[in-house]
Design a protein around this ligand. Structure first.
Ligand SMILES: [Zn+2]
Length: 114
């Protein structure tokens, strides 16, 4: 796996796969409200530059969590396989939610092959 010291920014997101083969898209975000980081259970404060991890399940459906950048780098990113950089334009929330409406085999070129 590539080693990323660079987390997502406004031009680039990351895409990897979790242990179940679901897509996990790491996207840069600025919090509009306070969230709980799943890495450390601390607060992601309003206005904080952080990482949105949007999972697109193989069988369909999406969910997302808000991570501190440091926690995403130390905990989340190392747990993902085949992590690679993608253009941030491909990782819009609406786009990924649409993607989640189709099962993995019918999504086109980024679908994991099984
Ligand atoms: Zn955290």
């Amino acid at each position: 796996m590539a080693n990323f010291d660079n987390l997502p920014d406004s031009r680039q997101s990351l895409l990897g796969y979790d242990h179940e083969g679901d897509e996990v898209w790491l996207i840069r975000g600025i919090s509009q409200k306070q969230y709980t980081c799943p890495g450390c259970y601390g607060d992601v404060e309003i206005g904080e530059d952080h990482v949105i991890a949007q999972t697109v399940h193989r069988l369909g459906g999406t969910e997302h969590r808000h991570w501190h950048r440091g926690c995403a780098l130390r905990t989340l990113a190392p747990a993902l396989r085949r992590l690679k950089a993608v253009n941030a334009k491909e990782s819009g929330r609406a786009q990924l939610e649409r993607r989640g409406k189709r099962p993995a085999g019918k999504r086109g070129r980024r679908a994991p092959r099984r």
